[in-house]
Design a protein around this ligand. Sequence first.
Ligand code: GLY
Length: 590
Amino acid sequence: MQSEEIRSRFLEFFKKRGHTIIPSASLVPENDSSVLFTTAGMHPLVPYILGEKHPGGKRVANVQKCVRTQDIDEVGDNTHDTFFEMLGNWSFGDYFKKEAIGFSYEFLTSKSEGLGLDPKRIYVTCFEGDENAPKDTESAEIWESIGIPKDRIYFLPAKNNWWQAGENGPCGPDTEVFYDLTKKGLGKMTKEEYLEADSKQEVVEIGNDVFMGYEKKNGVVVGKLKQQNVDFGGGFERLCMVSQGVTNVFATDLFQPIMAKINEFTTLADEKAKRIVADHIRTAVFMIGDGVIPSNTDAGYVLRRLLRRAVRFADKLEMKHDSLSWITETVIEKYGHIYKNLAEKKDEIKKEIDAEEQKFRKTLASGLKLFEKISEKNISGEEAFDLFSSHGFPLEVTLELAKEKGKTVDVAGFNKRFKEHQELSRKGAEQKFKGGLAGHSDKELQYHTATHLLNAALHAILGEHVMQKGSNITPDRLRFDFVHTTKMTPEEIKKVEDFVNEKITEKLLVSFEEMPIEKARELKAIGVFGDKYGELVKVYSIGSEKTGIVSMELCGGPHVTNTSELKGTFKIQKEEAVSAGVRRIKAVLE
Ligand code: GLY
């Protein structure tokens, strides 16, 4: 079964069972500064898990784009990739364990509606219980009742069967489904044998149902949520792998054209290097598609590291220097009809990847020369940092070069220097990437509402062509990307600032209403989110009939309730181009 069919079968299956299908949110979280990328389907849906009403109702399903780079060292094995799609079905305080497990099992095994996987190859794990939550015998009994024999169900501790996306936020025990990849079939296994098979990747996880009913603060479970939720997550690449009867994700139809393209550029047999190039370029394409640009901080730095590492492995494979941009094209051919933004931005994405390769090549030779000199002995943090700051070597590249020469690198020393180098107020990219989901701080709420005012101001002053292309908020500033072809003049900037500040002093009401998407269109609400939430959407208004409505925008919230809550004066700090026809504003309330 090809990937396209698996994707559509999943959505069809859950649509039939009362779920509203919602599109993937961006890889770059909007209005959440605690993570650099969406790392799980849960990120964009946290407000609804916490009890806010979702316009699509209590059951939704989606395919969410995700990036996880903490597993970067494992890329090249059979099942890890830095970008992946997550199939998700969600219950926001609606169905719970019985239906969720039933749905998962039916989707995985049904030949007519699902993937038709072999039930005899399925193993299941459940939470064994601890001080936070009891042993999940209920899930085990449900599995048994639908046909998974008791001796294929294992109880494991929180390390395996408690799911969370960070130190803060919703979490809960989960039940995980594993699939046997061996030719012969593993048959009956004791718990020890099962754990051994897991460590050898003879069985791999293909999905989990998280029973999200708890909340963590600073790494500690602090209590139960208002409602019991279900978050099923199925790793799409892995599901393609088992459905297609292959034993690694790079052999699925998702990666095959990319691997074939790489083979056009090399005659060498280094399979791991090929997988790394394929993975990193695919991830880079999706990141750039969602507005990330290579840089030395935050998300841009993660992208830079991936691209530079890809260059290194392409060199190992003795590929031609412009081959990465050809691989880019193949990735877009594979995904562009599903993720239209990739097809639309094809030239821009190719240009970015090419430019980053050229940039790295300018310093690569001198960096390698320096490396040869210093790698007579082990490499100090200062030297690794010098390779980074003067020659653009991300730490991974230095580590890999050192490993090839049997030398070590003082990683802690590097990190210390690197941290100092990052702007003082910023958390380092690594740090933040591993961090959890924070709540929305007061300042973030203010910036969120300020973003709506800014959007309205740009429409009023520059014209109706101004379409939002991206937004990102931290407690320190807002960032807003929009369609506009020319640099804003100082007068225009001043007018926009004045517009926003005026609305702040006018103490305007901020409120929302849920309505059918058609009505939102009729009211000429700004449709930033397209039909992201299906039929029923939330529209935030600033102002009232009495004062005049200055902004009407489709948005999930949350916001302040009155513009007078915006503390300080709105100031545009920077206005610059991000790509052809797209401008970026960074602004503060100070
Ligand atoms: N369902 C949780 C996850 O794996 O993302």
